[in-house]
Design a protein around this ligand. Structure first.
Ligand SMILES: [Fe+2]
Length: 203
């Protein structure tokens, strides 16, 4: 089901991101969609308007969306051998699943420039329902200090110009070194749901 492991590995090493094709079948996507709809009943609003830098230099910017917990089907896919083995082979290290969640967007919801939490060394973003539009990556900002990132984010309301818009391919996912590559999601225009799948093991 997964091909081009070498190309994915090279892209992750050299570009810090890649695009994974054909991760999930249509049947699996339907199952994820059903599960996401159930999880939406208990989803929690996540809204913040401030900018902050953690002691480790992780940036957070304003965001607004809802978050739902993973369920059995997402867990199965996230923690299953096929995906874990593929990612481990691509990266050249034993990757292990750390967290997965559903994120729900309504029109106007957004996630300003940020880096993911430590356990998301590698982050996969899967379109589950609707169309969130592209995720915008800023690999050129990797290594910039947290304070400088914060200043840039504040000056641009969380949406700096430039960056590399990554579409969410049907059944696939952009993969990025989420805890080190800054990224943002511009305001979405239609209701949509994604799943985020995080892995560690690179460091
Ligand atoms: Fe993120």
């Amino acid at each position: 089901m997964l091909r081009d492991v070498r190309a994915v590995g090279t892209a992750l090493r050299e570009e810090r991101y890649s695009s994974l094709e054909a991760l999930f079948s249509d049947d699996e996507l339907i199952e994820l969609r059903r599960e996401a709809e159930l999880r939406a009943l208990d989803a929690r609003p996540w809204s913040s308007t401030g900018y902050s830098v953690s002691r480790k230099g992780r940036l957070d910017s304003p965001r607004r969306h809802r978050t739902g917990e993973s369920g059995p089907r997402l867990r199965e896919l996230h923690e299953g051998r096929p995906l874990g083995d593929f990612l481990s082979e691509a990266v050249g290290a034993a990757m292990f699943p750390t967290r997965a969640a559903y994120l729900y967007y309504r029109p106007g919801d957004h996630v300003g420039l940020h880096t993911d939490v430590d356990v998301c060394e590698l982050t996969l973003v899967v379109n589950v329902e609707g169309d969130t539009g592209p995720l915008v990556l800023h690999p050129d900002l990797r290594g910039v200090t947290g304070d400088s990132l914060r200043a840039l984010s504040e000056a641009t309301n969380g949406f700096p110009a430039g960056g590399l818009p990554q579409p969410l391919p049907h059944g696939g996912a952009p993969a990025l070194l989420g805890s080190s590559v800054p990224h943002h999601r511009p305001p979405v225009t239609t209701p949509s749901t994604i799943a985020t799948l995080c892995y560690s093991g690179i460091a």
